[in-house]
Design a protein around this ligand. Structure first.
Ligand SMILES: Cc1cc2nc3c(=O)[nH]c(=O)nc-3n(C[C@H](O)[C@H](O)[C@H](O)COP(=O)(O)OP(=O)(O)OC[C@H]3O[C@@H](n4cnc5c(N)ncnc54)[C@H](O)[C@@H]3O)c2cc1C
Length: 221
């Protein structure tokens, strides 16, 4: 049974990524990294379900989503880009295979960061962030979600790369086999990968080719 949860407030995190704070149904629990099916609780929209990841802390009194808006799809995220606080969303049970299994390198592309937002925040809150690294690829610097948060996280090693802004000091990538060989010293560690499907497929196969243990690779299956 889906829960209808009211939107409490929203804010823009980048030019096209919007954060939503929502009511939390009593007893509704999730593990950092998990997602759920979300629909807008409005006539004509209730069957239009899309997956989004919880980005808040597990014991926050509210739920949080961080959602990239695609106006050109004329779909759910377009509508979420214009929805106001006070309206409601329908959320199903949490699901997903991305979860923290120990220190490693988190490799994210764009809005693929969202499961790592929840995981890294949770680790920081528990004082267990040290030994983890975030490699975050975007088209431009303006697309980087929560850059200041990651840079301020004591113990988290960060590497930001932008692929479509040659004048940026972060210009580099794409994150492919050559990039990984240049920027990763130890392929015996754990890797967490999330982003566009092709990016995840390319990076996981490059990591395996470079000697990473397939059992040490965490991605959405
Ligand atoms: C497990 C999981 C968790 C996710 N968590 C998040 C999250 O926390 N935050 C987040 O921002 N996203 C997340 N996503 C992605 C998110 O679900 C999609 O961005 C969303 O479903 C798009 O919905 P839409 O109705 O706007 O677009 P849809 O109309 O559903 O379009 C879906 C896909 O169709 C293609 N497409 C459709 N129209 C166009 C077009 N005009 N031009 C180019 N391509 C097009 C694109 O590939 C697009 O991704 C997650 C996805 C998964 C699988």
């Amino acid at each position: 049974m889906p829960h209808s949860v009211r939107i409490l407030d929203t804010e823009m995190v980048t030019h096209n990524v919007r954060r939503f704070r929502l009511e939390r149904p009593q007893g509704y629990d999730f593990t950092p990294g998990q997602a759920t099916e979300v629909a807008i609780d409005r006539d004509g929209w209730r069957e239009e379900k899309r997956p989004f990841t919880f980005t808040g802390l597990t014991d926050d009194p509210q739920l949080e989503f961080t959602i990239k808006i695609y106006p050109e799809h004329e779909g759910v995220t377009d509508a979420l880009g214009r929805i106001a606080a006070g309206e409601a969303l329908l959320i199903d049970a949490p699901w997903g295979t991305i979860r923290y299994k120990g220190p490693g390198t988190f490799i994210a592309g764009g809005a693929g960061l969202t499961p790592f937002i929840a995981i890294l925040r949770d680790l920081a809150r528990r004082g267990e962030i040290a030994g983890n690294r975030l490699v975050f690829s975007n088209k431009t610097e303006a697309d980087i979600i929560m850059r200041e948060t990651w840079e301020a996280m004591d113990g988290l090693d960060t590497l930001f790369v932008v692929t479509d802004e040659p004048e940026s000091p972060l210009s580099g990538g794409p994150v492919d086999r050559d990039f990984l060989e240049r920027h990763v010293a130890d392929f015996g560690q754990r890797f967490y990968v999330c982003g566009p499907d092709k990016m995840v497929a390319d990076i996981t196969s490059a990591l395996k080719a470079l000697g990473a243990d397939p059992d040490g690779l965490v991605f959405e299956e």
